[in-house]
Design a protein around this ligand. Structure first.
Ligand SMILES: [Zn+2]
Length: 113
């Protein structure tokens, strides 16, 4: 499952960050998941609840920020909100667009103790 491998990746990042900070537990984690990623949030939440058991993130408070998609058209000077990665420019219909935001999937911050 795609979402479970994402959760595993986040656990690896969190564990190495905690180790380099000399921390034994992670109280809070903040994640950014762009709306243009293929992450399905229900599946992600389920994968999280299963995946973190027995790891350093077991019991950690998790906050997820969804980052809306944003793009600029390369054929006209329009910036627009992008719902789906293959949406065209709403003004001129061009598919030649530059995606500026919404594709990230990252750990924004960790609070360790
Ligand atoms: Zn355009």
């Amino acid at each position: 499952m795609h979402e479970l491998s994402i959760v595993t990746g986040i656990i690896d990042i969190a564990a190495s960050q905690a180790a380099s900070a000399g921390a034994e537990c992670i109280e809070e984690i903040e994640l950014e998941i762009g709306c243009l990623t293929t992450v399905e949030m229900d599946a992600f939440e389920f994968a999280w609840s299963q995946g973190v058991k027995g790891t350093i993130l077991d019991g950690t408070v998790k906050t997820v920020h969804r980052i809306p998609g944003k793009a600029t058209c390369m054929d006209c000077p329009t910036s627009f909100a992008l719902q789906h990665i293959f949406d065209p420019c709403p003004v001129c219909g061009s598919h030649w667009i530059n995606i500026e935001d919404g594709k990230q999937l990252r750990v924004k911050s960790l609070i360790v103790s």
